[in-house]
Design a binder for this molecule. Structure first.
Ligand SMILES: [Ca+2]
Ligand SMILES: [Ca+2]
Ligand SMILES: [Ca+2]
Length: 679
């Protein structure tokens, strides 16, 4: 090629590139290479250290883009960078290459603490919240959403073998209510995954010191042309000590006569530092997730203490990408539970990575059990837990229900160890997620063999009902995330939670850990018939069965000879059935709601129905009328009379005979299947 034609080709290449909004911006893309291609095989000859660079350079040469390598994310998965085009454009071009499995923009995630709006604003230090650690105690005294951890502690006080990874800003190892394991504390060494030294704020890239040096941002840093934070969208702020705050809720030293108590008591926290100044990159977060779960990440030493639970109190807007999908699938397969905060955009859609398949997305409740204004919501939410709310919102007045936790006094570099309080508050889905992560750790301490799917199911299947929408007419019911005419998300502040917007219910740590200890239990559900009433009734409760059989306390019932099986603890894939008593005027009968929405409808539309059991038993639900493997259809027929009665049976012929008598089959699909019972 002559000099002249080289110049012409260069000019063409420049013209071919799309215009860029910000010349200084560098494209960052996470790329995963296909296995066994010539490009990958050749690059592997450069050894463990050189392979990523060789892959980036070879692919860049092929595309005519000067590409450099960034951090490694997983096997054949890495960051690549290039100047002069956007991450989106670079990802699109890379995705077209035949050697590339996928390429997605590497985006920033930020801490999910509540926004620093004036309503949540800071005040003067020195005063604790009116109700201390209200969020941990048994509900009562007008506090509805607290998680009843003392009941969980009757089962277990945790175990040092259960490790919870806190993927966050690092941690202050010098907090006397946390402390390193070798000094009698609950903090493992962990790792610092932040590859970018400016963002890391500790003078270097990835390293073995996960301590939090502070993540403050100055107006000067943000304004500096060509500086590391030129494209940062966050405002100037002091250091957050966010990782220390999250870690305290999970594993602050408890019963030590100092400071606060934690949920996990003796479980251990693995600090995995992925957030620094102006948040953190997806690439560092995904690499940190793998490392936390004990999955090898190129360039990092093996994790000697793999975590069973990963807490991600972080997120950003958008949909789940391949990087998070893969990372969550891999860590779940390795046996780790992924808990993520739903986000704090005032009722917009759940953020990423909480909206990814397999993540347990946690929204936030006020102390009275309604959705707190800042919390996001939607069908991806698994369960809700307290996230802190102030009630008093005048400047300078005490916040009544913050989530008190360990922190640090430093506004930039670390200062004295401290606790958040009514004036330096912690509120946000950042703090509801670790309440779930800590509960999951206790569940695993009670029964280490639980799978991630079982942990999710037990958390959901033992959660308490949200308060009925009739409890405060001034508060609207939550709806699915809304958008205005221009497609912009609409805020949805305090609202009455539903099972389609805030998950299965309110976290009940006591019930979840008790169920985990019991493990998967199955009982026979026995059917009875009362001739005088022409009513059917089913139960698995041994005391009730004995009373019905004796016919003394409860008269007139005899066994039909039919029975089916049901889970009495929330096995993975099952849905809880509520049990309502319909009073004499409306039927003198019992009704078993087959999922959250039927139970919700019963309590919102029929205030005279008496809730006897929120989670009476657990059955699987059919998908388009088809029951999952290992289960058999349960049919439900309704008498269609004033004395409303239902019959539940696994016998299709019995169902058809009832329909012939004028009863109505209630179910889905061609066969009208209502539920599915274990074989
Ligand atoms: Ca570092
Ligand atoms: Ca470090
Ligand atoms: Ca303590």
């Amino acid at each position: 090629m002559t000099l002249k034609s080289a110049a012409a080709a260069f000019a063409l290449l420049l013209l071919a590139l799309p215009p860029v909004a910000h010349a200084a911006r560098e494209a960052r893309v996470i790329v995963k290479f296909k296995a066994g291609t010539e490009l990958v095989t050749k690059a592997a000859l450069q050894g463990a250290v050189g392979a990523a660079r060789a892959r980036a350079e070879a692919l860049g040469k092929r595309l005519g883009v000067a590409m450099t390598t960034g951090a490694e994310v997983g096997a054949r998965e890495q960051v690549v960078k290039a100047a002069g085009l956007t991450s989106r454009d670079l990802a699109q071009r890379l995705a077209l290459d035949t050697d590339v499995e996928y390429a997605v923009p590497d985006e920033r995630k930020r801490i999910a603490a509540a926004p620093n709006d004036p309503l949540y604003g800071p005040g003067v230090p020195g005063n604790g919240p009116a109700a201390g650690q209200w969020y941990l105690r048994a509900p009562g005294g007008g506090i509805v959403s607290s998680i009843d951890v003392e009941r969980a502690w009757l089962v277990t006080g945790g175990a040092p073998s259960i490790v919870v990874a806190v993927l966050d800003t690092g941690v202050r190892f010098d907090h006397p209510d946390l402390e390193r394991v070798d000094r009698g504390g609950n903090l493992l060494p962990g790792y610092d995954l932040i590859a970018d030294a400016a963002r890391a704020n500790d003078g270097d890239g990835r390293d073995s010191d996960a301590s939090d040096p502070g993540d403050w941002l100055t107006a000067e840093e943000l304004a500096q042309t060509g500086g590391a934070f030129e494209d940062c969208e966050e405002p100037a702020s002091g250091s957050s000590w966010h990782g220390t705050q999250v870690a305290g809720l999970i594993a602050a030293l408890t019963d030590n006569g100092t400071g606060m108590a934690s949920i996990g008591r003796t479980v251990r926290v693995l600090p995995v530092r992925v957030l620094g100044k102006c948040g953190g990159w997806d690439s560092d977060i995904a690499a940190g997730m793998r490392w936390a779960a004990g999955i090898p990440v190129p360039g990092l030493p093996a994790n000697p203490t793999p975590a069973r639970v990963l807490n991600l109190s972080l997120g950003g807007e958008g949909s789940c990408n391949f990087t998070y999908r893969n990372a969550i699938a891999e860590v779940t397969a390795a046996g780790a539970v992924v808990v993520a905060s739903a986000g704090n955009s005032a009722g917009h859609a759940v953020g990423v990575p909480a909206n990814c398949p397999g993540a347990i997305a946690v929204g936030a409740l006020r102390h009275v059990g309604t959705k707190v204004g800042f919390s996001d919501l939607g069908p991806e939410v698994a369960v809700n837990a307290p996230g802190g709310n102030c009630v008093n919102v005048e400047p300078g007045t005490a916040c009544l229900y913050p989530i008190l936790t360990t922190s640090n006094d430093g506004t930039t570099v670390p200062g004295a160890a401290s606790y958040t309080n009514s004036f330096r508050i912690s509120v946000g889905t950042s703090f509801s997620a670790p309440l779930v992560a800590g509960t999951a750790a206790l569940m695993l301490a009670a029964r280490p063999a639980l799978t991630p799917a079982q942990v999710r199911s037990f958390l959901q299947g033992t959660s308490r009902f949200f308060p009925p929408s009739t409890s405060n007419a001034a508060v609207p019911r939550c709806t699915a995330p809304q958008f205005d005419a221009t497609g912009k998300p609409v805020d949805q502040l305090e609202c009455h939670c539903t099972t389609t917007t805030c998950g299965a219910g309110m976290l009940d740590a006591g019930a979840a850990v008790a169920a985990a200890q019991a493990g998967v239990q199955i009982a026979d559900v026995i059917e009875y018939y009362n001739v005088a009433l022409d009513h059917y009734f089913v139960t698995w409760l041994p005391g009730e069965i004995a009373a019905l059989d004796a016919g003394i306390a409860i008269r007139g019932w005899s066994r039909t000879g039919l029975a089916f099986r049901a889970w009495t603890t929330p096995e993975a894939g099952s849905a809880p059935l509520c049990r309502y008593y319909i009073p004499p005027a409306l039927g003198n009968s019992h009704f078993y709601g087959r999922n959250g929405s039927e139970c919700e409808a019963a309590r919102n539309n029929h205030p005279s129905f008496v809730l006897e059991e929120a989670r009476f038993m657990h059955l699987a639900l059919p998908a388009l009328g088809v029951c999952p493997a290992g289960t058999v259809p349960v049919y439900r027929v309704y008498s269609n009379r004033a004395d409303a009665n239902h019959r539940y049976t696994t016998d299709r012929a019995v169902r058809d005979a009832m329909v012939a008598r004028g009863w109505v089959a209630e179910g889905e699909g061609a066969d009208l299947v209502a539920m599915c019972a274990p074989r």
